[in-house]
Design a protein around this ligand. Structure first.
Ligand SMILES: Nc1nc2c(ncn2[C@@H]2O[C@H](COP(=O)(O)OP(=O)(O)O)[C@@H](O)[C@H]2O)c(=O)[nH]1
Ligand SMILES: [Mg+2]
Length: 442
């Protein structure tokens, strides 16, 4: 995500931050490059102009030119402006307490990701301890109800449906149903069309009235860039939006929608969709996205993501295992499975400081991971705990069992040996650890 714009900005920041002295000419040049980068990222022209003017104005002030480290001050200034463009503060959902009903209304164009995101949100709120209900109020597309039902089943959240063409009726009855069954959070998935049309807008207004939602979220496909921003503005003119969810952020290399939305619509992005899986929904943190764009890595969200899956206790155990070389193939396998849960390894690596924008597409071979997983799964428990007993005949058996060949089994074992050595070194190296810790801010 954001590969293109990150690469550009990484270069600009590298040039700027290293400078011991800065002249007005330097500022002018840097800002010119920023302008080009933003325009290439499909950021709204008005937004770009405002960004450029403000940056120049502030950069020429005392704080940058006369500071001890002007390069750094200028970088900080660009960072702050970028955070502001992205909406400033992180904004959370404003729902009522668990004893009262809260309604979340999802709207947007067809294919923007409303249904998928409704389910993602339901799963997230369920995890937080709320009791959600999904209401299928998209009665335009024949398959829409079924799609929501399948997702509901998958995440263990009830779906309210009705055989009718009247979306308002479904919403009203859905709310009644929720009340009767002490459900406190109702997520309404509505119909979208391919283009804005009056019929859809009328329906949306009627549904909005019937639902009187706490949150009215506009779901926008980030890959459509400025188009998404324009449509959001149109929607907001009809019903007061409370926020935006930018989907398909995983495929958005440019970031134009994310960077223009706040200025153009006045609305904050609350979540981003980062993949097709249910867990691929993240709270939108302007500061983290800004650091990702400017190339400061995204340590915080990496840590948070990892923490969701592994608790601290487990991490400690793992660290001890690494240090004492008792890390086994069984542990290795477990790590694989965790990584899978966390989403693609690629996207995880992107968040490591210094790696953002530098991870080649094929750095992690997910196919190979699957093969390695099959190989380990073909071993007995004893073999997994002590891979050294795997002699030629055992290796042959494992190869056969996993549908691979001895050469691949050998390669995995060699790689694993090497990894163990490396882990031991890393885990024992206090200086390296200290550095990591300070980067993680703990
Ligand atoms: N890569 C990616 N795909 C997404 C994301 N959100 C939704 N999709 C895909 O976009 C397509 C349309 O989604 P859907 O929820 O049916 O859109 P709707 O018509 O607005 O309800 C589906 O294939 C989804 O899997 C996302 O964050 N990332
Ligand atoms: Mg849908």
């Amino acid at each position: 995500m954001l590969e293109k714009i990150s690469t550009k900005f990484n270069d600009i920041i590298k040039q700027v931050s290293g400078k011991g002295t800065i002249s007005e000419k330097n500022i002018q040049e840097a800002v010119e490059e920023i302008k080009i980068a933003l325009l290439e990222a499909d950021v709204n022209l008005r937004v770009v102009r405002r960004f450029v003017n403000k940056t120049i104005e502030e950069a020429k002030g005392e704080t940058v030119l006369r500071s001890v480290d002007p390069g750094q001050m200028f970088t900080k200034l660009i960072y702050d402006r970028m955070v502001a463009l992205l909406g400033g503060e992180t904004t959370e959902l404003q729902l009522k307490g668990p004893d009262t009903q809260s309604v979340i209304l999802m709207m947007g164009l067809q294919g923007s990701g409303k249904t998928t995101t409704s389910a993602k949100l339901a799963a997230r709120l369920k995890k937080e301890g709320r009791k959600p209900l999904l209401v299928a109020a998209d009665l335009v597309r024949p398959a829409a109800i079924k799609q929501l039902q399948v997702l509901g089943e998958q995440i263990g959240v009830e779906v309210y449906t009705e055989d009718t063409k009247d979306a308002v009726k479904v919403v009203k009855n859905g709310l009644k149903y929720a009340k009767k069954n002490s459900i406190n959070t109702i997520i309404v998935d509505t119909a979208g069309r391919l283009h804005l049309d009056d019929e859809m807008m009328k329906e949306i207004e009627a549904v909005f009235k019937a639902a009187s939602p706490q949150e009215t979220l506009f779901v926008a496909d980030s890959m459509t860039g400025q188009h998404a921003v324009d449509i959001a503005k149109e929607f907001n003119a009809r019903v007061e939006l409370s926020g935006v969810i930018l989907t398909k952020f995983d495929s958005d290399a440019r970031g134009g929608a994310a960077l223009s939305l706040k200025t153009i619509t006045g609305k904050n992005i609350k979540f981003i969709g980062t993949g097709e899986k249910i867990e691929d929904l993240e709270i939108f943190h302007p500061e983290r996205i800004a650091s990702r764009i400017l190339g400061m890595g995204d340590v915080v969200s990496l840590v948070e993501k990892a923490q969701e899956q592994t608790d601290v206790e487990e991490a400690k155990k793992l660290e001890e295992k690494m240090a004492s070389s008792t890390f086994t193939l069984e542990d290795y396998l477990e790590q694989f499975q965790k990584m899978k849960k966390m989403g693609s390894v690629q996207s995880l690596l992107e968040m490591v400081p210094g790696l953002a924008g530098q991870v080649p597409e094929d750095a992690i071979n997910e196919k190979e991971m699957k093969r390695e997983e099959a190989i380990i799964l073909s071993m007995t428990k004893i073999e997994r705990h002590n891979h050294r007993i795997l002699g030629p005949s055992r290796r042959k058996r494992v190869a056969k069992g996993s549908g691979t060949n001895v050469y691949e089994v050998n390669r995995l074992l060699k790689k694993f040996e090497k990894m163990r050595l490396m882990m031991k070194k890393v885990a024992k190296n206090k200086k390296y650890q200290a550095k990591l810790m300070s980067q993680l801010g703990s």
